[in-house]
Design a protein around this ligand. Sequence first.
Ligand code: AMP
Ligand code: MG
Length: 491
Amino acid sequence: MTEEKTILEAGWNLDNSYACLPQSFFTSQNPTPVRSPKLIILNNPLAISLGLKVEELQSSDGVAMLAGNKIPEGASPLAQAYAGYQYGNFTMLGDGRAALLGEQITPQGERFDIQLKGSGRTPYSRGGDGRAALGPMLREYIISEAMYALGIPTTRSLAVVTTGESIIRETEQPGAILTRVASSHLRVGTFQYVSQWRSDEELKILADYTLQRHFPECKDNEDRYLCLLKEVIKRQAQLVAKWQLVGFVHGVMNTDNVTISGETIDYGPCAFMDTYDPGTVFSSIDMYGRYAYGNQPNITAWNLATFAEALLPLLHEKEEEAVDIAQDAIADYADLYKDNWLKGMRGKLGIFNEEPEDEKLIANLLSMMQKYRADYTNTFRALTFDKPEDTSLFGNEDFTKWYEHWKARLSRQQEGKDSFQELMRSFNPAVIPRNHRVEEALEAAVKGGDYSVMERLLDVLACPYVYSDKQDDYAALPRKSERRYRTFCGT
Ligand code: AMP
Ligand code: MG
């Protein structure tokens, strides 16, 4: 069997619409081959949904492709150019260690970017080595797939391969490549790059491409670029509300890490909150808590304002009018966010209808959770089971009063206990990727070459809402010594 034939048989059906955009949007660049690729993990259900054949991907040619040593037919590898506000400072960036192979057209006719992350240096690498380490790539695999199972829009992970080469971070680490799948890699930072350094004509081309790809419903709209802005605001408001509802802290919400599609991207320093505290920060470099849990909705508003600014030339020919239009659109964000969040919080408490006092009920619970240092996920899990746990929150008088109010509130709706418990189950995950569990899995994998701990964890995280006994062990809290969790950007 010839190599090409094997690769074709893997089911690749690649298109390259991004490569047809103006040259300044990217640099054509093949991945740099690696010494000895080895498949560590393959996402079988994702492969199948993309129309790819699992056995072919597992073959030596398939693994060579996942490592960038062979290029599938139809691919046109490139590194995308983008800019971004990093911690508030505007800078040129671009794919410094990734190659977009092309867009896989699935048997259902959907289009997904296939990107190798850790694939070698590009013109955008600056001082970096273009590579990625095994631990962080497995971490992205675990958390992105957990987010997907939680029902949160996200890029996904198809595979991780090791390269057979070491890379230097603080210590020497095994090199790895992640295959990332995304509905696109268009970022707020992509618009910022074109708006800042390219012509209005090119900005229009990018916006039209984005409309075609993500918002076809806006294409015939008289104000199609305003429609684009409004849709992105809507999707980001939905996204950050979902993060807040499960206690996800992204950690590095720079505008290059904000997608236009509304998918979560870049799983560098992210982590899930255990104890409820709006000030929760995990990233070791986020010194002032810019990206703290409780700040995420405001940061999204700020990021969206910078997106609107990049779009100004398309909103109106007169700048002043363009600014007014953009400000009006941005002004809707606060309500959009709050509506999404409140709907989710009502769901978490089993509430179907709306009463004005609901907000107070929710706020009171959250402030007690903060005061008594309650675990975010397990508090809602216990309420869902209707089995208060032996914790300082559930044991105190404030809570008992709140609990009576809540029960009275539930009785003021038509739906009975079964219905509201079902609603709560669909909003309250029984398990999240707890930091100590993720670390345990990564340590076994990276230090011991034992992937079974990670596989068991992935198995549990794939069904966070089933409420089975199998989950109990994974719902347990970290020991005291494991509680001060820190994440690092230098991945
Ligand atoms: P991130 O912090 O992952 O969002 O990355 C910010 C920028 O740094 C992006 O332009 C990345 O492509 C680039 N980058 C991150 N790590 C590396 C690396 N090891 N080599 C080259 N570029 C990198
Ligand atoms: Mg990034």
